[in-house]
Design a protein around this ligand. Structure first.
Ligand SMILES: [Zn+2]
Length: 675
């Protein structure tokens, strides 16, 4: 070694040569790495093979599960799939394949886990034997969260520290299948697996089935329905299952003891009564009581709870089935596409992701008040919309979006065309749609910043508004601690005073997302979509009306602005109506609020020049001067304690020459001065 060192130090050329070689090797490694990565992604996209589970048992319920998995893949636009035998998963040696793992697992628990060539998507799974989990904790952790068919299975996974959730049953998607048809000749009544010796009792209600009463019902024995000659023929078995489901779909009434009958019936909306002698304690039914009987009370109803059913379907359809933990970007080489990914929810924070030009962007919104989340992507679509139109970028996602929302967005395009004097602008959205039902519970929200517009909207809708929303990270940043604390304290006081719920959230949206001025200019394009996107993060169990307090008195046809009388409503959906509240001029609004309740002057905050000095109102900018002078002219100067009143406000007001705000209201102010 010492010889090499002495050689190197003696000869500077050798050192230089080694350095150059070293740099070349680094560059080579970098490019090889980059190339390989892309190659890998490319292979991933093309090798997507999918599989569904089947089982050769005497239970037709297994075949119904297979049909449900096929239907699930269809909804994901996948129509090529292979059949994988549930009982021999461990010996599978075919091509690498992504398999939908749903239904009942497993007769022979020794045959688990599946072979390495199987990438499992655990959804709607029921684990029959705890030992399957106990023996495969690390395996399941690799693929968590595990979507479970029932809550008992969720709890089993959680016992072993595996992340799991209630996904419900894929059979609830069967009504979406085009191959299961309503048949004319099937409008009958059926008893499906109801026997004379059956003594079902539902909770404390004992029902004696007197089969004499059901003479006009056709009996179906689902347990022994599969003829021996087709027992090992998958396609024939699925045909049989399809014809059975057609009966269920076309029936007038069904009474059953089978989960694989009641759930498809709930999906088809067929009148069906479920009876079982272990309805409450049987773990396979945990989580389904609302779906089966409408609520959790003791009864046997013909219909279930439509909202619960819809919710389960929605969450099933939103399940990601990419066979990679990294997000595969289908359009990774296309710079004109943004792919929006499924958001992640963690406690009180929701994180949104999208990919543009091969780079992942994300922002998070944290609710400081107790709130549930909507895990949809409407929030991201909203903020990307102006950018997408102005730069001809397609918005793409595999996650479903509200149909009315997407259709409504197309109304924004003509306004953009006109205002930008550009008829070539386009809007391209490639996102699967879903029809959302209108939620019964209404919530009326207004954004509230303690300013004049905010107080006006609050006071003029005082009986209507339920919640006031304030967003940290828009006009006040987290680091402005003092100003923020004072603002938060005052927001709490106002909410308490007028009995409104405060929705307080903190978002990195404005800080982190900027893709260029065309679409992300805060004033001209962004502040409207940004606040709507916050509303789309909120609990989607409500139907929202969102009132956005707005600067009044300007001609909507004159110029584009982030929150705009011609645009705001087009960001709404089936469960969100957006109202652009721009009545009265600002001078009139000030009069309205001080006359309504002059206590607002104790909290009024209008200044937008406080990002450096942290003052509540600087009393040194056009907006402060304008507001304070209007207050004085309305006769409330002594109450305006959030301003510095030791100034000659009249001369300050008239000394400002270049303010649009002041110029617009000059005449109104002069009239007041004469009074
Ligand atoms: Zn100011």
């Amino acid at each position: 070694m010492s010889l090499i060192y002495s050689l190197m130090f003696k000869n500077k050329k050798v050192i230089l040569l080694i350095l150059i070689l070293f740099i070349i090797i680094i560059i080579l490694i970098y490019y090889l790495y980059k190339f390989n990565l892309k190659l890998e992604k490319f292979i991933d996209i093309n090798k997507n093979e999918y599989g569904v589970i089947h089982a050769f048992t005497d239970n037709i319920g297994d075949d119904i599960q297979t049909l449900a998995a096929i239907q699930f893949l269809k909804k994901k636009r996948i129509t090529n799939y292979n059949f994988i035998n549930r009982e021999t998963l461990n010996t599978y040696s075919g091509k690498p394949i992504t398999v939908i793992m749903n239904g009942w697992f497993l007769h022979d628990w020794g045959k688990f886990p599946p072979s390495k060539n199987i990438h499992p998507i655990f959804i709607s799974i029921h684990i029959a034997h705890d030992i399957i989990i106990k023996n495969n904790v690390e395996y399941f952790k690799t693929y968590q969260p595990i979507g479970c068919r029932d809550i008992a299975t969720v709890n089993k996974f959680k016992e072993y520290g595996i992340d799991a959730y209630f996904s419900g049953c894929l059979t609830l998607l069967l009504n979406e299948s085009e191959s299961i048809k309503v048949k004319e000749e099937y409008h009958k009544k059926y008893l499906v697996d109801i026997h004379k010796d059956w003594q079902p009792d539902i909770g404390n209600v004992t029902m004696n089935i007197d089969l004499e009463k059901y003479k006009d019902f056709e009996k179906i024995e689902a347990q022994n329905i599969i003829p021996t000659d087709i027992f090992n023929n998958i396609n024939k078995r699925l045909e049989l299952a399809t014809s059975l489901l057609e009966k269920y779909k076309s029936a007038e009434l069904i009474i059953t003891s089978r989960l694989h009958c009641i759930l498809p019936c709930r999906s088809f909306n067929t009148n069906c009564i479920f009876i079982h002698n272990d309805y409450y304690n049987n773990k396979r039914f945990s989580g389904f009581h609302e779906v089966i009987n409408g609520d959790n009370k003791l009864h046997n109803k013909m219909q279930g709870n439509k909202e619960s059913i819809h919710k389960i379907k929605e969450s099933l359809l939103n399940t990601n089935i990419n066979n990679s933990n990294n997000n595969i970007i289908e359009h990774f080489n296309n710079d004109n596409i943004i792919e929006i990914l499924k958001p992640k929810i963690n406690d009180n924070t929701i994180t949104y992701f999208f990919i543009y030009k091969g780079k992942e962007f994300s922002y998070e919104t944290k609710f400081l008040s107790n709130e549930k989340f909507n895990n949809g992507i409407e929030s991201v679509v909203t903020i990307l919309l102006p950018f997408s139109i102005l730069n001809n970028i397609t918005l793409y996602s595999k996650v479903h979006c509200d149909k009315k929302f997407i259709n409504n967005l197309y109304n924004i395009l003509p306004v953009f065309k006109k205002m930008n004097k550009n008829n070539d602008l386009k809007l391209n959205i490639d996102i699967p749609l879903k029809e959302n039902i209108i939620k019964k519970n209404k919530r009326i929200v207004s954004s509230f910043t303690l300013g004049v517009d905010s107080f006006y909207t609050l006071y003029s809708n005082i009986d209507k508004i339920d919640c006031l929303l304030f967003v940290i990270g828009f006009d006040i940043k987290n680091k402005q601690t003092e100003l923020l604390n004072e603002t938060k304290k005052n927001l709490e006081i106002i909410c308490k005073m007028y009995n409104k719920k405060l929705i307080l959230c903190d978002t990195t949206l404005k800080n982190k997302i900027y893709l260029g001025h065309k679409g992300f200019d805060w004033g001209k394009y962004f502040h409207g979509p940004a606040i709507f996107s916050i509303i789309y993060s909120l609990d989607n169990n409500y139907n929202y009306e969102f009132i956005i307090p707005s600067s009044p008195g300007w001609d909507g046809n004159a110029f584009l602005w982030g929150s705009h009388p011609l645009l705001d409503k087009h960001y709404g959906s089936n469960n969100l109506t957006i109202i652009h509240d721009d009545k009265l001029t600002r001078v009139q609004k000030i009069k309205y609020i001080v006359d309504y309740d002059d206590i607002c002057l104790k909290y009024l905050r209008v200044c937008y020049m406080n990002f450096n000095n942290n003052k509540y109102n600087c009393t040194n900018c056009a907006k402060c001067f304008f507001t304070l002078y209007s207050i004085k002219l309305h006769g409330y100067m002594d109450k305006a304690i959030t301003f510095d009143r030791n100034i000659d406000i009249k001369s300050k007001f008239w000394s400002i020459k270049d303010s649009n705000l002041i110029n617009q209201h000059k005449d109104e102010i002069m009239k007041l001065e004469k009074k």
